[in-house]
Design a protein around this ligand. Structure first.
Ligand code: NAD
Length: 360
């Protein structure tokens, strides 16, 4: 699909041409909003993700804004010689090759805060769906069957929630869990004892979280140390009949190991907003042409195997997706573009942060 252009402000008054800003994965309402707030810049919009196939749409761009389905690889970066800023409209930035950007001096900015409560609320949506079998009940009643057979759930009151990664989202999860009367234990590489005391949770080693929790919920970023954090020997530590929730990133969980834990009855269920290779299932045609297609196909097949299970609830990476959060995302992205163009980049995750700013 050809990128749509907004002509506003192009080379007006014979002055210097405004910077080109190519926006990818943009829905019509987002386009309207960005076009209004960045109207003095040379804007283009595309509903497609930025990747090797679509990179031509960003030709000449100094700035690109992307979302999580984009694959900003070294190859993509190499084809954009004028690129100076990649503003991702997300918190996570594992879809961007930071090393390739660093080598080229390209600044990468993110949206560190927009929906920590939003993702935490969805986390509880998944927890309640699974523990009260709402997904099964919904299908049944939609067929006119109002029997209760097999729909018995469990209470959250008094149960133990294990939070892995107590950052911005994890802390909101703790707050909500306390409202349900749950005991909360947590693991994080960086502890905040004062906050733990105020919110009423306890830090314990990861293995203890897995051994003690009735429900384990993941809120760590995807970095090399968290890749397949949930692997077979960690699932083996979990309480029999417990639940796993993942709203962080798919690759934090080894899907084969997850299927094993479900088969073994270690897990009573899993609630997944993210699954390894989720982007592939949405684009099977492109998948066939990809290098390493066989391994990628396996990822997609594992997703189908998960989908068929009654005790697995999948949502399409939508935990962030509320109207309020979306508005905050666009607001911060506009600020990120503006501050970069003014020479004072904000929310920098890679590149040159302001001296007082710590990269996330
Ligand atoms: P955050 O940076 O505030 O918190 C992450 C926490 O994880 C930090 O406290 C950090 O110390 C901890 N951590 C890092 N590495 C760890 C490790 N190896 N073991 C244990 N703890 C570790 O991030 P956040 O805003 O809470 O977001 C968490 C993740 O959620 C994001 O990185 C993103 O991938 C994901 N996310 C998903 C959605 C969605 O729609 N599903 C939306 C936003 C964010």
């Amino acid at each position: 699909m050809v990128a749509q252009k907004n002509n506003a402000g192009q080379g007006k008054n014979g002055g210097q041409a405004p910077p080109k800003v190519a926006n990818f994965e943009v829905e019509p309402w987002q386009r309207e909003c960005l076009a209004a707030r960045l109207r003095d810049l040379d804007l283009s919009f595309s509903p497609e993700p930025l990747n090797v196939q679509t990179v031509g749409q960003a030709a000449g761009a100094q700035v690109v804004t992307v979302f999580i389905r984009s694959e900003v690889t070294r190859q993509v970066v190499e084809q954009l010689p004028d690129l100076r800023l990649i503003a991702t409209r997300s918190t996570g930035y594992d879809h961007i090759d930071l090393e390739a950007c660093r080598e080229r001096g390209i600044v990468v900015s993110n949206v560190p805060r927009y929906g920590e409560n939003t993702v935490a609320e969805h986390t509880f949506g998944l927890i309640l769906t699974l523990t009260r079998r709402i997904h099964q009940a919904y299908i049944r009643t939609s067929r006119g069957d109002f029997s209760l057979r097999g729909l018995e759930g469990i209470d959250l009151l008094g149960r133990t929630l294990g939070v892995v990664g107590v950052g911005r989202i994890g802390l909101h999860v703790v707050r909500i869990a306390k409202g349900f009367g749950m005991r909360v234990i947590a693991f994080d590489v960086a502890r905040q004892p004062l906050i733990a005391e105020v919110l009423g949770f306890e830090y314990v080693p990861l293995d203890d979280v897995l051994r003690q929790a009735d429900i384990v919920t993941l809120h760590v970023p995807l970095v090399p140390s968290t890749y397949h954090l949930m692997k077979r020997d960690r699932f083996a530590l979990m309480k029999r009949g417990s639940y796993l929730i993942n709203t962080a990133r798919g690759a934090i969980v080894d899907t084969d190991a997850l299927l094993w834990a479900l088969d073994e009855g270690i897990l009573a269920g899993a609630g997944l907003d993210v699954v390894e290779g989720e982007e592939l299932a949405a684009d099977e045609e492109r998948l066939l042409a990809m290098p390493g297609a066989e391994e990628k196909m396996k990822m997609v097949i594992r997703q189908y195997v998960l989908m068929r299970r009654e005790n697995v609830v999948l949502t399409p990476h939508m935990a962030f997706y509320s109207r309020e959060a979306e508005e905050r995302i666009l607001e911060t992205t506009v600020e990120n573009v503006r501050s970069f163009l003014a020479g004072e980049p904000e929310n920098v995750v890679s590149g040159k942060p302001k001296p007082e700013q710590k990269a996330a």
